[in-house]
Design a protein around this ligand. Structure first.
Ligand code: PLP
Length: 351
């Protein structure tokens, strides 16, 4: 949708639109030019590094991320993993028992779980063979209560990028918000959709430090959208949703881009080697092209191969119950040693 057709007020839940957010102690007093004595938040005054509440707006961290991703800080919201960010989007825009969302299976399982938790109907429009969205089917399924459309690109579990033209078509014609989940964007050469948030007022992009950035344990998710959308999400986020230790570790890590890029290169190289080795395993029937840090593979009998791998001490993901994913296993790319071990075991059980 273009900016003249779009009105965020028509999408946001009424109770959220008129909500007056909680104002925390650290929100109320932020600008100061001298050493202040903070007796406003009932904290324990004895310094131990984390005795104070964290910055509710994570300003230092946002500054670096905004800089690296070439957006304004006002287009950013950080959360306790992208899972929290996605949940905030549900709670801001989807009226329980009335609204619905559209998902494109096979895809990330959290969209459905969040819909269930929030009592929002999930309308599924399966991807086509080749794991691309059926644009006309999606638009035909959508109705005036369809608030969110989730596009995961590169898609989990199939690993492929969603074609740019199809996404553009959906951004232009879908009447709700389009969420592009870019958890795996750093493993591709394709440009992020973050650069398009000014162009599409109904676009939300999510990213995470859990995959390429190697920080799944600290829980840090990133949401990019128009200032209007970010303002709404800011109103409903828990005041201190990103804790101090997470902010510190994330700051350290994002400031060390060279290390991250080196690890990403090594993972992509490992992916290529794994693809080659997998093509020599007799029970592997198809290797799906991946733009992520995992490979989806069709085998002769996924349950049997899964169990054999477990017996040899290797845990992979069996995706066979997902649409279009019959007899598939998903392998995460590991270290060189882990990948070699995987190939060794696959070779062993194929004989
Ligand atoms: C792993 C993954 C995430 C990450 O979620 P976090 O809560 O940030 O760890 C998000 N989306 C997809 C598609 C994923 O596979």
């Amino acid at each position: 949708m273009n900016k003249t057709q779009f009105s965020i007020k028509q999408l946001v839940r009424k109770n959220i639109q008129y909500l007056k957010p909680y104002s925390s102690a650290r929100d109320e007093f932020t600008d100061f030019d001298q050493d202040m004595v903070f007796l406003d938040a009932n904290e324990n005054p004895y310094e131990n590094g984390v005795n104070r509440y964290p910055d509710p707006q994570q300003k230092s961290l946002k500054k670096i991320i905004a800089n690296q991703r070439k957006v304004s800080e006002t287009n950013l919201l950080l959360g306790n993993g992208s899972d929290e960010v996605l949940d905030l989007i549900f709670r801001a825009f989807c009226e329980p028992g009335i609204d619905n969302i559209i998902t494109l299976p096979p895809t990330y399982g959290m969209y459905k779980v969040l819909a269930e938790i929030n009592n929002i109907e999930e309308q599924q429009v399966w991807l086509e063979e080749g794991f691309q969205p059926d644009v006309e089917a999606i638009l035909a399924t959508a109705n005036s209560d369809s608030k969110l459309l989730f596009i995961c690109s590169p898609n989990n579990p199939s690993g492929n990028l969603i074609e740019q033209k199809r996404i553009e078509e959906l951004l232009e014609r879908f009447r709700g918000l389009v969420i592009i989940d870019e958890a795996y964007i750093d493993f591709t050469d394709r440009e992020s959709w973050v650069g398009s948030i000014d162009r599409y007022p109904n676009l939300i992009v999510t990213q995470t430090l859990s995959k390429a950035y190697g920080l799944a344990g600290i829980r840090l998710g990133i949401c990019y959208a128009s200032e209007e959308i970010i303002d709404i999400l800011n109103k409903i986020k828990p005041p201190y949703n990103v804790n101090e230790l997470t902010q510190q570790r994330a700051l350290q890590r994002v400031s060390n881009e060279d290390q991250i890029l080196a690890e990403i290169s090594a993972i992509i190289e490992g992916r290529t080697l794994l693809e080659e080795a997998l093509s020599n395993i007799s029970f592997v029937e198809k290797i799906f092209k991946s733009d992520a840090n995992f490979i989806l593979v069709r085998v002769d009998d996924a349950n049997k191969r899964y169990d054999q791998l477990i017996k040899e001490g290797i845990v992979v993901r069996n995706r066979s119950t997902q649409p279009l994913c019959k007899n598939t296993l998903r392998f995460t790319v590991g270290t060189k040693e882990e990948n070699e071990k995987l190939i060794e075991v696959l070779t062993l059980i194929s004989n």
